[in-house]
Design a binder for this molecule. Structure first.
Ligand SMILES: Cc1ncc(COP(=O)(O)O)c(C=O)c1O
Length: 393
């Protein structure tokens, strides 16, 4: 915890974690672009190994630009510690490997990020770790899934693409008596600006920092945040598995975070305005956005969140040719699989993320042909609306 956890969000975002009063007097944190750190004598190595003097040794074990970014993120999430990784998936897989053992059991919600689900359903069982997938929003199913050997509960909020919201108070009540279960929330779609699950009792938060935290569609990174007793175990595992973030990406993340609050305010405003426009438009069958009263989790979203982000999911005609024509007619909204950057992106889950699934498999997961996910950037809302209006035809 540092002095920047009590300041306003933008003050923390600008100043938190920065390496100031460095050798050159540079106001920005230096990009310490090195893979190795040299020693003046073997005596220095001895002091490091015996814990007499902390310092850097080798890039995979941590470097100054990474630590500056970690400290900024920890201050923003109000977390004791943060560990950065080379991607969101590296953060998730390393955390799960570090905390689970053969014979353990994990519970995960069914609309988690597809690759996270793949990891739990395909990779973990190879090491004797079983997963139970429960329906998001079915709290009875979570209760029933708990076993003696359950060690992790993992979910996201909001989820992709339907933006379902986990009721964190209800969730923590279910696990109140099970102190041996670590609750992990992937908060990528919420960000620490809109929701801080650690303050609701969740033990670990993960983010794909590739999204809103980086914010400019120009870096890959992931982060795990929470109590040091847990993050130390994960950091030690990272030193072996090696999914470390490089100095340049760490710097881009630091730079992106300085405007985090401003960007989030615009993402939130754009999401709400565009969702309301889509709900009024007759060519759109259904809109999913937690800031709309029509969203099934609007009540809990209002209670837990400051804003609802830039992602808006909607259904147009269930006709792939129509959807492809709509996407092809967009002028500046680009077709692409990410979210949370300054540029608006749009994706058609049926033909991008779920391309390899049969139609039947897709429908079982609720992925209709007419389903579209728009990630509003920070452009002007009226321009985003105009681009969609003309493309709907
Ligand atoms: C909710 C969520 N978690 C994790 C990830 C994985 O992050 P990355 O792409 O940075 O590995 C994604 C990527 O889209 C995501 O949407």
């Amino acid at each position: 915890m540092n002095q920047w956890t009590k300041t306003g969000f933008s003050t923390t975002a600008v100043h938190g974690g920065e390496i100031r009063y460095n050798e050159y007097g540079a106001i920005t944190t230096p990009v310490v672009q090195t893979s190795t750190f040299i020693f003046k004598s073997t005596e220095e190595i001895r002091k490091l190994k015996q814990g007499v003097k902390g310092r850097y040794e080798y890039g995979r074990y941590g470097h100054p630009t990474q630590v500056a970014a970690e400290n900024k993120l920890a201050a923003l999430e109000n977390a004791q510690d943060a560990v950065l990784f080379s991607s969101g998936m590296s953060a998730i897989t390393t955390a799960l490997y570090a905390l689970l053992n053969t014979g353990d059991h994990l519970i995960i919600t069914d609309d988690a990020y597809k690759r996270t689900l793949d990891f739990c359903k395909v990779c973990l069982p190879r090491f004797g770790i079983e997963s139970t997938v429960v329906k998001m929003g079915d709290y009875g199913a979570i209760q029933r899934a708990i076993r003696k050997n359950t060690r992790i509960f993992m979910s996201e909020s909001p989820t992709n693409p339907y933006l379902n919201i986990m009721d964190l108070e209800r969730l923590m009540e279910i696990f109140r008596k099970r102190k041996d279960v670590v609750i992990i929330s992937d908060s990528t779609f919420a960000t620490p600006y809109n929701q801080r699950p650690l303050e609701w009792g969740v033990h670990l938060v993960t983010h794909s920092a590739t999204k809103y935290l980086g914010g400019h569609n120009d870096l890959m990174a992931g982060v795990v945040l929470g109590r040091k007793a847990l993050t130390d175990r994960i950091r030690n595992y990272l030193k072996i598995t090696g999914g470390c973030i490089d100095p340049h990406s760490s710097y881009l993340l630091i730079r992106g975070l300085k405007t985090f609050e401003l960007r989030m305010q615009r993402h939130n405003a754009n999401g709400q305005i565009v969702a309301e426009f889509l709900e009024r438009d007759k060519r759109v069958q259904r809109v999913y956005y937690p800031g709309l009263r029509s969203h099934p989790h609007h009540g809990v979203a209002k209670l837990q969140m400051k804003g609802f982000g830039g992602v808006v999911t909607f259904v147009v005609k269930d006709d792939t040719r129509y959807v492809h024509r709509f996407l092809g007619r967009l002028k500046f909204i680009s077709i692409g699989p990410s979210l949370g950057g300054v540029e608006s992106l749009i994706t058609h889950p049926a033909s991008i993320s779920y391309y390899l699934c049969t139609k039947q498999q897709r429908l079982k997961l609720g992925i209709r042909d007419g389903l579209v996910r728009l990630a509003c950037g920070i452009e002007n809302a009226e321009d985003i609306i105009e681009d969609i209006r003309q493309a709907l035809g």
